[in-house]
Design a protein around this ligand. Structure first.
Ligand SMILES: Cc1cc2nc3c(=O)[nH]c(=O)nc-3n(C[C@H](O)[C@H](O)[C@H](O)COP(=O)(O)OP(=O)(O)OC[C@H]3O[C@@H](n4cnc5c(N)ncnc54)[C@H](O)[C@@H]3O)c2cc1C
Length: 381
């Protein structure tokens, strides 16, 4: 596996440091936190204290101002935690809810929201999806009405990661007329009157992340919490989705690689009919087919990362990387679970958890069908 071209010695040193952290401070808790259905809030502050929550955020606001390949290393090593839910919660904090603040926020907004998020003191969520609007972002109905120097917000969001304990939400609201032109982004502190967390949703997998319904009833926030320009929110959301989808492709590909390596280890030890199961040609071939596809996924993902890191247009490539990695993960995890036999069905083997967790990949952050629509549009189809 050659990755050398994109990674310098500094990236590899960071990989080692961060891998040590994940293996020492996160992975040992995987079973306990999966069972508990969540992880302690202190994980945010600990990771913030070590600088891990602000890798690519500006130095003026507590970040490290590092290039995008450090974020790639970060995501690749996070999967070693074996907690897809925790990984998603952290990715929401670092790469989904906060990059837009760094990009278009005012100095005041960055001091109030970005800086404490980088320190891990304030937990962030991204609130876009609503009960009646998921893929079709342009039809969200949560409204923000101007009233003097405030916005008054009414509506509901659903499936929100970090929803139960977010201290603020990067929130999509309708400030104008119908359609994509009437949407804005605001920073919403969750200690506002009229805000409440509804049901905490029970999920198929990703058990270490909390996912909730949120309700807004006459919530008043100052108009200075508007992010960027009014009614330009749809454009910002689509921009922001690029980083979200790219990190999903990196997580998916690294996750598959880890599962593959663990399966090979298992296949060397487990015997049937007098030989290691790895020695059955049918499995060797299947494993090699998957390794080849994982390598292809990584190359496509790195290509998209490279464009993204250099600020080049990358919507087509990011959508392809997300689509390819997410779909491939379904086939890889299915076959690897089969390879483990009965053990693959047991909770004590990470492959069983991965079977549930990886299912999210073709749905969250834009479904595979939506990725195909975007790629089709890029091709003028
Ligand atoms: C665990 C989890 C965590 C999440 N976290 C967050 C979060 O933190 N913040 C947030 O805002 N959202 C979050 N989401 C929501 C997620 O982004 C949406 O579920 C996703 O975008 C799909 O929207 P939907 O569920 O409304 O499906 P729908 O839009 O109702 O789609 C249903 C089906 O129709 C298909 N479809 C829709 N449009 C088209 C089309 N144009 N062409 C072809 N097929 C189409 C879809 O592909 C899908 O198969 C989360 C979801 C999950 C499951």
């Amino acid at each position: 596996m050659s990755k050398a071209s994109f990674f310098t010695e500094e990236h590899q040193m960071f990989r080692k440091t961060f891998r040590d952290f994940v293996e020492r401070e996160l992975r040992p808790h995987a079973e306990e936190w999966e069972e508990a259905g969540g992880f302690p809030r202190e994980v945010f502050s600990r990771m913030g204290e070590l600088g891990f929550l602000g890798l690519r955020h500006p130095v003026e606001y507590g970040g490290l101002g590092l290039d995008y390949w450090f974020t790639v290393v970060f995501a690749e090593e996070m999967v070693r935690s074996r907690m897809a839910g925790l990984n998603m919660s952290i990715a929401v904090q670092t790469d989904m809810a906060t990059p837009v603040i760094a990009e278009i926020g005012t100095d005041e907004q960055k001091r109030e929201f970005l800086e404490p998020a980088v320190r891990g003191e304030r937990i962030a969520a991204l609130g876009i999806t609503e009960p009646d609007a998921g893929s079709d972002v342009a039809s969200i109905r949560t409204t923000a009405r101007r009233d003097g120097g405030d916005f008054v917000i009414d509506g509901a969001k659903t499936y929100i990661t970090n929803g139960t304990r977010a201290d603020f939400i990067t929130l999509a609201v309708r400030t104008g007329g119908a359609g994509f032109g009437g949407i804005s982004l605001v920073l919403f502190p969750t200690d506002v009157k009229g805000y409440s967390v509804g049901r905490v949703l029970r999920k198929v997998g990703n058990h270490t992340s909390d996912t909730a319904e949120l309700s807004f009833q006459g919530c008043r926030i100052p108009a200075r919490y508007l992010l960027g320009q009014e009614d330009m929110g749809f454009y910002y959301i689509m921009q922001n989705f690029q980083g979200e989808r790219l990190i999903a492709a990196v997580l998916a590909t690294a996750g598959m690689q880890n599962l593959w390596e663990e399966a090979v280890e298992y296949g060397r030890e487990r015997h049937a009919f007098g030989r290691p199961i790895l020695k059955f040609q049918v499995w060797r071939h299947k494993l090699v087919e998957h390794l080849t596809a994982i390598e292809a996924s990584r190359r496509l993902t790195y290509h998209a990362c490279d464009l993204f890191a250099r600020g080049e247009p990358a919507v087509r490539e990011i959508s392809m990387a997300k689509l390819y990695a997410a779909d491939l993960a379904q086939r890889v995890v299915y076959d690897l679970q089969q390879f483990y036999g009965g053990a693959g069905y047991m909770e004590e083997y990470p492959i069983a958890r991965a079977y549930r967790d990886l299912r999210l990949l073709t749905i969250g952050g834009g479904t595979s069908e939506v990725m195909k629509e975007i790629i089709g549009k890029c091709e003028g189809l």
